[in-house]
Design a protein around this ligand. Structure first.
Ligand SMILES: [Zn+2]
Ligand SMILES: [Zn+2]
Length: 285
């Protein structure tokens, strides 16, 4: 729960309703804004405080309107802005203990940050948003994805994972909007410039999700009722947005799933905010 101080600090805000917007996506930095009618969160703060402030302004929001930052894991493309942003704006950070241990040892003054520990599979509610994290297979201390539910829609964030399995399926099934990783094209990774050990790390079961693996996960989730997918965390070196979208849509087509009939597919832009998604958008087209 936010402290009384945090509640007082917030100016009265007229929210536009449930929506989710990717502000930044990829190995250069990640942040997704999710809001309900009574609460708002950022999932990750992987760019500088200044860039985050500007990005929030472009979507008509402000740091003081945030109820918390939800952290997936300690890699810098997810926490680069955490120190300055959270100290400057007093926004609480929701994170599990092992991830915080990994993040905090790199911070000059971790005591100055308002940390609220939340272990994987625990749930908390602020206003109309109920939030839960779930473990992901990735080479970090205790990486998680997030599921954020409001009475109007459920948003799930599932990036930085080496593979998709039944447990993850259960964690995100039924979400209306899914930000799901499509990190690399296997052929681009194979012939690309990365050193061999890094290539092996990326395609390992605790690395990142390929376009094809992302498509297979999406196919299962469409059959479970999800409709809107945003391909996220694309590699700048080993992927291209058009290729990711084409690979996923073709693979789904092969399974009889037709874009804009059975599902909606978008790609999260790397350096700027994507399209705001909400109940009014879900299932359209
Ligand atoms: Zn990572
Ligand atoms: Zn990452």
């Amino acid at each position: 729960m936010p402290s009384a101080k945090a509640r007082l600090r917030q100016p009265p805000l007229i929210r536009t309703g449930s929506s989710a917007v990717s502000l930044f996506s990829g190995s250069s930095g990640n942040s997704i804004h999710v809001e309900g009618e009574e609460a708002a969160f950022l999932v990750d703060v992987g760019v500088s405080c200044r860039r985050l402030e500007k990005a929030l302004a472009t979507i008509g929001s402000q740091p003081g309107a945030l109820d918390g930052i939800l952290i997936t894991h300690e890699h810098s493309d997810h926490v680069a802005g955490l120190d300055v942003f959270c100290r400057r704006h007093g926004v609480p950070v929701y994170i599990n203990r092992r991830s915080w241990a990994a993040v905090s040892r790199r911070l000059p003054d971790p005591e100055a940050i308002d940390v609220r520990f939340l272990e994987p599979d625990e749930t908390f509610t602020i206003g109309d948003l109920t939030v839960r994290s779930f473990r992901t297979p990735h080479d970090a201390a205790d990486p998680v994805g997030w599921r954020i539910e409001s009475p109007r829609q459920t948003v799930a964030v599932l990036t930085d994972l080496g593979h998709f399995d039944d447990r993850l399926f259960a964690a995100v099934a039924g979400a209306d909007i899914l930000y799901i990783e499509a990190n690399y094209d296997p052929e681009m990774l194979r012939i690309g410039p990365y050193p061999w050990p890094l290539k092996e790390r990326i395609r390992s079961s605790h690395g990142h999700l390929s376009n094809e693996a992302s498509a297979d996960a999406i196919a299962r989730l469409i059959r479970a009722g999800s409709r809107t997918f945003v391909l996220s965390h694309l590699s700048e070196t080993n992927n291209v947005p058009e290729l990711a979208e084409l690979t996923v849509s073709r693979r789904l087509q092969d399974q009889g799933l037709v874009q804009n009939r059975d599902y909606q597919l978008l790609v999260a832009p790397r350096y700027h905010s994507g399209r705001p998604l909400g109940p009014a958008f879900s299932g359209q087209n």
